[in-house]
Ligand binder design. Structure first.
Ligand code: SME
Length: 159
């Protein structure tokens, strides 16, 4: 078992340490499922106030559940469904302060109140999305977005 203890004093340092740990964890491993699985474990263990961390993969234009930590979730979504679908369709980060106010949000875990979804794009191809949910309202700010985008960039080269 890997034991990453990331206890940085500030958010920027925490994401920097998290990115370094993730880079080390996936380095040299060609299996994308293994890398996604370890990434969810690392992110879930490190970020405070999150209740779901996982990947949806773009399989023939549909988002299909991949490795995750948290409660069992919705298995398939179209690009017209949910926050994940919006991220896939627009290829833009979706940072949602109140998921209950988001049209079409899919509530997999009623504990979730805010969420961030980052599209994973490599060479113009949408590979999938990284989805992180929180029970706290407005859990993710611009600094979280920058940090999670950095994690997503590492994953686009590792899946
Ligand atoms: N909330 C998501 C659905 C997936 S679960 O949160 C894991 C959405 O609306 O895209």
């Amino acid at each position: 078992m890997y034991d990453f203890k990331i206890e940085a004093a500030d958010k920027a340092t925490m994401y920097s340490d998290l990115a370094s740990a993730l880079q080390g964890l996936v380095a040299g491993e060609p299996d994308g499922i293994a890398n996604m699985a370890n990434a969810t474990g690392l992110i879930y263990e490190t970020l405070p106030d999150v209740n779901w961390v996982g990947f949806y993969r773009n399989i023939d234009g549909e988002l299909v559940l991949g490795p995750f930590q948290g409660r069992p979730a919705c298995i398939r979504m179209t690009f017209d469904q949910g926050v994940c679908g919006a991220a896939a369709k627009t290829r833009q980060v979706q940072r949602v302060e109140d998921v209950h106010a988001f049209p079409g949000h899919i509530a997999c875990d009623s504990a979730s109140n805010s969420e961030i979804v980052v599209p994973l794009i490599r060479d113009g191809e949408l590979l999938g999305v990284l989805d992180i949910d929180s029970p706290k309202h407005a859990r993710f700010d611009a600094e979280d977005e920058a940090g999670v985008v950095r994690l997503a960039e590492i994953m686009t080269r590792s899946i």
